[in-house]
Design a protein around this ligand. Structure first.
Ligand code: RIB
Length: 303
């Protein structure tokens, strides 16, 4: 089983010809609400890219919080629709579900502002209440859209139970000392990697960044570089994986899709290189489709 601990958002998405300037009003295209949130997107990607459970695919469970509003019900239903176990998704009374306000321009680039809502109330007590579920997991996946104290508590619990810990340190933030030592696979983008290494992202050498993060304790560091591919510093050395060239329509959740493809690959017995390539194939597919969970492929669509 794969357990994903993290955020669940409703994405409020508007297409724009270009990003507005400060103080400018622009006329956009159609408005859509699309299930998102880094945690939920990664859970959906793990589920869709694992294949059918009956055929050896992994069961996926999510730990997170939604509000008792209409978005919360829709977000839970979307996850259940993908076969994700929702027994530890808590509906919090009187609280709004998390939302992300997203602009996507004609180049497929996005700009995102989040209101955490219920995600901000995921607590260490929710993690402790899910201990039996975490005990059943092989891999535990986390990001940073829920409170840092909860993320750190969950990482410590997962490690104490002998689980493989995957951390996507997004959005960029610094981590308390000692946390990276508990992470088996750290998967940042370049900006997040620079933030964790305590250097400026401008002109930072990606191999040096990965080495610095390994020195801080993470066994394996996989830095996603968008259209420039992936740099992986693994036990066995450093490797570069070029990206497939595609025409991007919307890059929202490309990183989440990569992580889901990678984790699903590892869980199905692939080595790291094969799992990275599966993640890249899935992410390349996803950027050719609009939205977050609407753009995540099923395993059979990659071949
Ligand atoms: O990684 C993409 C996600 O970031 C979006 O779905 C949005 O909800 C934000 O969490």
């Amino acid at each position: 089983m794969i357990v994903v601990i993290g955020s669940i958002n409703m994405d409020l998405v508007l297409r724009v010809p270009r990003m507005p300037l400060p103080g400018e009003t622009l006329t956009g295209g159609a408005f859509r609400t699309i299930p998102g949130g880094k945690g939920a997107n990664q859970a959906v990607a793990c589920a869709r890219l694992s294949g059918k459970v009956a055929a050896g695919g992994q069961q996926v469970a999510m730990i997170g919080c939604v509000g008792d509003d209409a978005f919360g019900a829709t977000l839970r239903a979307a996850l259940v629709g993908d076969g994700i176990i929702d027994s530890h998704i808590t509906t919090l009374p009187g609280v709004a579900s998390g939302i992300a306000s997203i602009l996507v321009d004609d180049n497929g680039q996005n700009s995102i502002v989040i209101a955490g809502g219920a995600n901000d109330l995921l607590s260490p007590a929710h993690i402790d209440a899910a201990k039996e579920l975490i005990e059943q997991a092989d891999i535990v996946v986390l990001q940073l859209e829920t409170p840092m104290a909860t993320v750190v508590h969950a990482i410590k619990l997962a490690r104490s139970l002998g689980k493989t810990v995957v951390l996507n340190p997004a959005p960029a933030a610094s981590l308390p000392a000692g946390v990276l030592e508990l992470v088996d696979y750290l998967i940042p983008n370049e900006i997040e990697a620079a933030m964790l290494a305590g250097v400026s992202p401008d002109g930072a050498d990606v191999q040096a960044l990965a080495a610095a993060l390994q020195k801080l304790g993470s066994d394996n560091v996989i830095i996603t570089l968008g259209s420039k591919g992936v740099h992986a510093a693994l036990y066995g050395g450093d490797f570069t994986f070029p990206a497939e060239v595609v025409q991007a329509v919307d890059t929202t959740a490309a990183g989440d899709t990569f992580i889901g493809g990678f984790v699903a690959g590892l869980a199905s017995g692939m080595d790291e290189a094969e799992a990275i390539q599966q993640g890249q194939r899935a992410a390349a597919w996803s950027v050719t489709k609009p939205g977050a969970q609407t753009s995540i492929p099923h395993l059979h669509e990659l071949f």
